[in-house]
Design a protein around this ligand. Structure first.
Ligand code: FES
Length: 635
């Protein structure tokens, strides 16, 4: 057998290996280190090296992008040496950086050129008014109205609290007051005076996504279109139930509706306080709010009794609420700020989906597209720019980290990706922020469930194989469990585990979502395999690993390049609508065009759900790539 010389950089070590040896073997033979968290199965992508020159055949490139391949990256565990070669082992940190996605909201790109004068409805201007005199003795209000009319605003609503300050502000500003106006649409000179001040006014807006589990907020400078900062927090209503149905039941008892309204406002005020600390923008300086959320969350936010949402024929009080002011809603921003809830479609397809569809670009999609927003409800849209059908399936909050013993939101300290060594079942994981872990977020849960399945630690039904020789699999307080991090390695000094009960919750969640896809596709007579692109928004945001989501049967088994992860599309759509009246109009058009399919009245959904309560599915022919993994494991 031929021997080849492999030069390893940057250590400058040269070693001889036979044809057919793996680069990983050459590295180990040379006494150098390389991480192989998945046990050399080409699954984790963490053994990436750069082949600078030489004859190396790549057995698998599934963890590498086209750009990686162009840059010479290869997986050491999958690279077969067939001639002399020079291989650079990058610092592990560089590999990690390559794998981690940028998570900042501030870099948000708008799909339109931002032009505040043309696009947005809240504008700040300084007026120059003639001071009163004996010859021009008109009253202060008439003087202000004249100044506004000169700027094109000839029908302006002025609220009493502003009228009460008018004399003082006009004189303090020496008749050059700042006004902040909300133009009423369609704009024909009608507006609302939101604020009047002797100081410079800066228009600031807030986009709010009220999710059943998580509330997200983007603070936006309406003059520049820049997202100043963002924050998210668990919805304070969670203590009253984890899903929309238990919240509706809670709202129907005693003062439940008021309690839930107060709790979500507390969460919003906490977010506003966090945004104030980070940006210096006081909540009182927020002049416009656009809100999205599922229909129940919008009802609870507005204090509308939601009871009819859960009773047949499932009709909400309002899919398209009118605009309110912040003081009517007790929202701690500027009291005259306009608060606009974007339109929803039905009881279980709300404004989070219409705004999400906007952010996902559905109004211009020519291809057959599946758009899913995975939150506590899995909301699904199938269609093109010409037609859209939608449904909602109750997935539960497992993928948002709630309802799972060591689950948490995708913030600092959350394990977001896991690899399990196929021989030892020892895990390696990546933690958001890089420190010790505190828990596991949605993408980490998907990743862990898939790894446990693919390495054979659990069976198709999600049950642990308790006879495996690993201290990680044990009988815990809540039944069988897998210990992902020992107490000594965690931030709180407690083991982080995934229990059988957690697995059952995750399986139900993934089965509900997949069943939703199947029923929606059947309802319009297409196959899931006909779908040309899958756009994923919601709880897992941009960080979910497609391969692993397919392996557990959460996403349909389609070529990976058809999947696009968009992050929180609901808050993104709300932000666009905050910045552009055209975007707001597009959300209305989406709501007009979307047909809703009610799953609760559908036996086909129950059958599809039961069939999907398996890893990946009872019909394995729906998941050919997973069948391949199993065959590979068995051989
Ligand atoms: S991909 Fe090579 S060790 Fe995981």
């Amino acid at each position: 057998m031929n021997a080849h010389t492999v030069k390893l950089l940057p250590a400058q070590v040269t070693i001889e290996v036979p044809t057919g040896a793996l680069v990983a073997e050459a590295i180990q033979l040379a006494g150098l280190q390389i991480a192989q968290p998945c046990g050399g199965q080409g699954r984790c992508g963490r053994c990436a090296v750069i082949v600078e020159q030489g004859a190396v055949r790549l057995r698998s490139t599934i963890r590498l992008s086209a750009a990686d391949l162009d840059a010479g990256y290869a997986l050491a565990c999958q690279a077969v040496i067939e001639g002399d070669a020079t291989v650079l082992i990058p610092e592990q940190e560089r590999i990690e950086r390559r794998l981690v996605t940028e998570k900042s909201a501030r870099g948000m790109e708008l799909p339109f050129a931002y032009d505040p004068a043309a696009l947005q409805s809240v504008v700040a201007q300084q007026l120059k008014l003639p001071p009163p005199s004996l010859q021009d003795g008109g009253d202060d209000l008439a003087r202000l109205q004249r100044g506004l009319a000169d700027r094109g605003y000839d029908q302006v609503d002025i609220a009493l609290p502003i009228l009460r300050r008018i004399g003082e502000v006009l004189r303090q500003s020496e008749w050059s007051p700042w006004v902040l106006l909300e133009r009423l649409e369609p704009f024909n000179g009608a507006a609302r005076l939101v604020d009047l001040s002797a100081e410079t006014l800066r228009p600031i807006g807030l986009a709010l996504d009220i999710g059943t589990t998580t509330v997200s907020a983007y603070l936006v400078d309406l003059a520049s279109g820049e997202v100043l900062n963002s924050a998210a927090e668990y919805n304070g209503q969670i203590a009253a139930g984890e899903d929309v149905i238990s919240r509706i039941v809670f709202a129907g008892k005693g003062d439940g509706l008021q309690v839930l309204g107060a709790r979500v406002r507390e969460t919003i005020h906490e977010l506003l306080d966090r945004l104030r600390k980070r940006t210096g923008v006081a909540p009182q300086d927020i002049h416009k709010v656009v809100v999205v959320g599922n229909t129940t969350m919008i009802h609870l936010f507005l204090g509308l009794p939601p009871e009819s949402i859960r009773l047949t024929p499932y009709v909400p009080a309002a899919n398209r609420p009118p605009r309110f002011t912040a003081d009517e809603l007790g929202l701690g921003v500027h009291p005259q700020a306009g608060v606009e809830c974007l339109p929803g479609v039905a009881s279980y397809v709300g404004a989070d989906i219409t705004a999400g569809a906007l952010a996902a670009g559905l109004p211009s999609c020519e291809q057959l597209t599946l758009f899913i927003d995975v939150g506590t409800n899995g909301e699904i849209v199938l269609g093109t720019r010409d037609w859209m059908v939608s449904c909602a399936c109750s997935a539960g909050p497992a993928f948002e980290g709630a309802g799972v013993v060591d689950g948490m939101r995708a913030t600092q300290g959350a394990i977001e990706e896991v690899w399990v060594h196929s021989a030892t079942l020892e895990p390696t994981y990546r933690v958001i922020g890089g420190g010790k872990p505190r828990g596991i977020c949605g993408s980490g849960l998907i990743s862990l469930l898939s790894e446990l399945f693919v390495t054979g630690a659990i069976d198709h039904g999600g049950s642990f194989k308790l006879d495996l020789d690993s201290p990680r699999i044990r009988q815990g307080e809540h039944g069988p469990e897998y210990v992902l991090a020992w107490a000594a390695d965690t931030e709180h000094g407690r083991d982080i585990s995934l229990t059988k009960v957690d697995i059952d919750n995750l399986m139900r969640a993934k089965a509900a979502i997949y069943a939703g896809f199947s029923v929606l596709a059947t309802s319009v007579g297409v196959e899931l395999s006909d779908v040309q692109q899958v756009l994923v928004g919601g709880a897992f945001g941009k960080y979910i690993n497609v391969e692993k989501a397919v392996q557990i049967g959460l996403l349909p088994d389609l070529p990976w390049d058809r999947f696009h992860f968009l992050g929180n599309t609901a808050v993104l759509g709300a932000t666009w609508a905050l910045l552009s009246s055209q975007a707001r109009q597009q959300v209305v058009e989406i709501a007009d065009r979307m047909t809703y399919v009610e799953l609760s009245a559908d036996n086909a959904f129950y059958d599809a759900f039961t069939a999907a309560l398996f890893l990946p599915h009872t019909e394995i022919e729906r998941f050919p790539s997973v069948a391949e993994v199993w065959e590979r494991q068995a051989s």
